[in-house]
Design a protein around this ligand. Structure first.
Ligand code: ATP
Ligand code: MG
Length: 241
């Protein structure tokens, strides 16, 4: 499980401090698919980046299976993140991209690494692309590689930061179904950030709504839609009035 305990992030900007996340407390049980939504700048990416270890925590504690991760390096955390930009290595093949993180973080044999890469590639339907470079792939294929690379790690937690926002509407809808399928197959705890309301409503076990770095509501899609906690949530979700 993932626990945020009074987590605060303050950025020191030239114009003064920016409170990106303010005293966030949230518990995510194993296997849950949680979707973060909220206006641009509300702190979604910062929250994910703190969990992944890509950003320091100003105050409070984040725990993975009860263990504080504040002082762990990104590599030490059993977490894999998929970015909006995919962040693939352009000079490595798909196979090398997918194997790289696993080789760094474990001492598995080359055969075992390759076995896991092929298995994840099959799951994402990209087994024919393994020897290609990312630059020769479509956006949708790159998205699959980025997700495959996360699957290879077999992490305890998946983080997705707007993974489908660079795809056209049709492909986005298709990938949404694929990602839901993978989640039900692997049962890995997932935190997913999106601007797409329909994505949030259809994929989430629970939706987390943030505004201005502050938690507004946590609940099932039905709960937040029919029983918004405040006017902001009602307006943001578009609840019936
Ligand atoms: P979006 O939907 O646009 O991706 P977001 O919810 O992911 O927005 P964050 O990127 O987490 O928002 O940013 C939260 C706040 O922190 C914003 O006010 C942003 O300007 C600020 N911020 C984020 N990163 C930095 C940084 N490295 N330095 C200074 N301020 C930052
Ligand atoms: Mg963001």
């Amino acid at each position: 499980r993932v626990q945020f305990d009074d987590v605060t992030k303050v950025f020191e900007d030239t114009s003064g401090p920016i409170v990106a996340v303010e005293e966030l407390s949230l518990e995510i049980p194993d296997g849950e698919f949680v979707v973060f939504v909220g206006p641009s700048g509300c702190g979604k990416s910062t929250t994910l980046r703190m969990l992944a270890g890509l950003e320091s925590i100003t105050d409070g504690e984040i725990r993975l299976d009860g263990q504080p991760v504040n002082d762990m390096s990104p590599k030490e955390r059993d977490i894999a993140m998929v970015f909006q930009s995919y962040a693939l290595y352009p000079h490595k093949t798909v196979r090398e991209n997918m194997a790289y993180g696993l080789k760094l973080s474990t001492d598995l044999s080359d055969e075992e690494v390759n076995r896991r890469v092929v298995e994840a590639a099959e799951m994402m339907g990209i087994e024919d692309l393994l020897d290609k470079k990312p630059g020769s792939l479509s956006g949708g294929q790159q998205q699959r590689v980025a997700t495959g690379r996360a699957i290879v790690r077999e992490p305890a937690v998946f983080l997705f930061d707007e993974p489908l926002s660079n795809l056209d509407a049709k492909l986005r809808k298709h990938m949404r179904t694929e990602l839901s399928r993978i989640h039900s197959e692997l049962g890995i705890t997932t935190i997913y950030v999106t601007h797409d309301q329909e994505e949030a409503m259809t994929m989430a076990d629970r939706i987390v709504i943030l505004d201005n770095g502050q938690l507004q509501q946590v609940g099932s899609p039905k709960e937040v839609y029919y029983r918004p906690a405040n006017a902001f949530v009602a307006d943001f979700i578009g609840s019936p009035s």
